[in-house]
Design a protein around this ligand. Sequence first.
Ligand SMILES: Nc1ncnc2c1ncn2[C@@H]1O[C@H](COP(=O)(O)OP(=O)(O)OP(=O)(O)O)[C@@H](O)[C@H]1O
Ligand SMILES: CC(C)(CO)[C@@H](O)C(=O)NCCC(=O)O
Length: 412
Amino acid sequence: MDLRHNEIEGNSEPTQSLGQISHLALDIGGSLIKVVYFSISRDNCIDREQESSANDTLGFSNGNCKHPILQGRLHFAKFETSKINDCLEFISSKKLHLGGFQHHENPGKNKNFIKATGGGAYKFTELFKENLGIDLDKEDEMDCLVAGANFLLKAVHHEAYTYIDGQKEFVQIDQNDLYPYLLVNIGSGVSMIKVDGDGKFERVSGTNVGGGTFWGLGRLLTKCKSFDELLELSHQGNNRVIDMLVGDIYGGMDYSKIGLLSTTIASSFGKAVSDNKELEDYKPEDVARSLLRMISNNIGQISYLNALRFGLKRIFFGGFFIRGQPYTMDTISVAVHFWSKGEAKAMFLQHEGFLGALGAYVSYAKHSIDDLVCNQSMQLPVSASYTADPNYNPLNGDFNDNESIQCSVYAA
Ligand SMILES: Nc1ncnc2c1ncn2[C@@H]1O[C@H](COP(=O)(O)OP(=O)(O)OP(=O)(O)O)[C@@H](O)[C@H]1O
Ligand SMILES: CC(C)(CO)[C@@H](O)C(=O)NCCC(=O)O
């Protein structure tokens, strides 16, 4: 089972066992299913007056107490969409499907609705109903991506970062100066969205050359059995073996007149034309490296062109293609920097792959208090910062590649 499981938590001990589960949200994409759920800490009844002086936290208010905020943790998990049964089993074993809401109109029916987004929310409606007895309450995928990105950018202090020359640097986001920005979500395919505010956005472009292309072509060309294996291979490879560089064409020289260094790729996979070699003659790691570079570069360039179209200076990249991979982020950053002549900035998100699922999760807030099981309504944090478990350094941490990195969200 390909399960990654991570947590953002409220003011609770990292090792605490799961309390009551509430609010399961799903993003069922072409390649991966993303799951977000909130578990309420057992000791959660915090007085709002006391709490408000002690800050806003990630959690829910509970109508039964004076003005409490429920403390708890947000959990993240992902599954391959082709192994959707693993996901159903996971949800069922943890009883996560009981944490939805009931519609006002049919109180007698006692039907549970779970917020879900992505194409799979439509494709697998019946499967969820048959297996778990739940209805998927569908939220638009683009709405959710934007809501998830805005939520993270506003709520989590150490969320956005730049990746330049091998250095990961967190960026302080000024909430009053967040918009407009370009959101580039690199999933199986790529969506480019100009974001102007909460719920104010336009999908301005997209490309079918995305994460699915990397994994699909990579699998065929290298015979890799898993995405992680393909990434691992690409770390070890050298793209210059297959890519045709400017220097290969210009006898080792730069083409300075038009600003091209000899080391710039002139043509991805271009050497394979004249090398007179078969696929087997190339090392799979070199093929993987060229492929990763080709796709990252292309996405970086199209992103820049769209940022240019609308005069946007900041581009946030999300989606599970990124996977916190240094080489991927470096290629995208260099492409954006190169094409924009330093005018535009590429930024990445710590919870890159969970934008849609988080957007579906925050959409529970659209329901009135009475609609929600446990009589809860959403309290979105105004500002927050990560504090991690003692072993976690957010500057080094790769959220998506560790089984259980735990982070606490406290108000700044
Ligand atoms: N364990 C994994 N298995 C498969 N793909 C992975 C894995 N980890 C990262 N990826 C990459 O992430 C991509 C999917 O990203 P993401 O989950 O954001 O998109 P999606 O929601 O499945 O796609 P779409 O939004 O286009 O429907 C894959 O195409 C692949 O490049
Ligand atoms: C079709 C979606 C939105 C599904 O998530 C995504 O895969 C995508 O944005 N693909 C790119 C399609 C295009 O604009 O060419």
